[in-house]
Design a protein around this ligand. Structure first.
Ligand code: CUA
Length: 207
């Protein structure tokens, strides 16, 4: 019933909008623009188009994606949260053989401080903040995301080449922001082995 009533209203709004757009265009056409100015307008439009094109193509070929889902978490009690308890942080291989890396960002470091991951392997990073807004950036890779308190930032990526990479915070988070970083070693797939975890201590989280 209500949608039926709304329909004509929408149509009217659309019609008005279209009429205004047409008026605007006629007015635009009436303005006398110098030949030289026209050329420069065209050139600037072309440059804008070129840049937007480069960004789009680059994003497409480098697999730049926005984080795909919204997942919330209580940042104030991460230590009580099973998934992000201290024993659980870092690199793990789950039952299906997926490599999952759980990382906590806090003033002023990423925990754990150093991790080793295999090259040419899909890696699922799960980032959380334990205090304020942080960011994570691994130069020369497509790893770049905000780490917003209260949310899990999940990013799946693959590092093609072995090497040493810094993990940097790229959101201003306080006086120690520029010292907030840790290391990531990408190791050849054949050489890498899953870290052996000490068996979980009976039920509760370590204090
Ligand atoms: Cu954390 Cu800047």
């Amino acid at each position: 019933m209500q949608t039926e009533l709304l329909k004509p209203k929408y149509k009217q709004v659309l019609r008005d909008f279209y009429a205004q757009l047409r008026d605007f265009y006629t007015q635009l056409r009436a303005i006398r623009v110098d030949q030289l100015e026209r050329k420069w307008i065209a050139i600037s439009m072309l440059v804008i188009g070129l840049f937007v094109g480069i960004i789009t193509i680059d994003a497409f070929f480098h697999g730049v994606n926005p984080p795909s889902k919204v997942e919330t978490i209580d940042s104030a009690s991460l230590h009580l949260n099973k998934e992000f308890a201290e024993d659980n942080l870092g690199v793990q291989v789950d039952a299906k053989g997926n490599v999952i890396i759980r990382m906590v960002a806090g003033r002023y470091s990423f925990f754990p401080k150093h991790i080793e991951v295999p090259a040419e392997t899909p890696l699922t990073f799960r980032w959380v903040s334990m205090d304020v807004l942080h960011g994570v950036h691994i130069p020369m890779t497509n790893m770049s995301s905000m780490i917003v308190p209260g949310y899990v930032a999940e990013i799946t990526t693959t590092f093609p080449k072995p090497g040493e990479y810094p993990v940097l915070c790229n959101e201003y988070c306080g006086l120690g922001h520029n010292h907030m970083w840790s290391n990531l070693s990408v190791i050849a797939k054949e050489v890498w082995s899953a870290p052996v975890k000490s068996p979980a201590k009976g039920g509760s989280n370590n204090e």
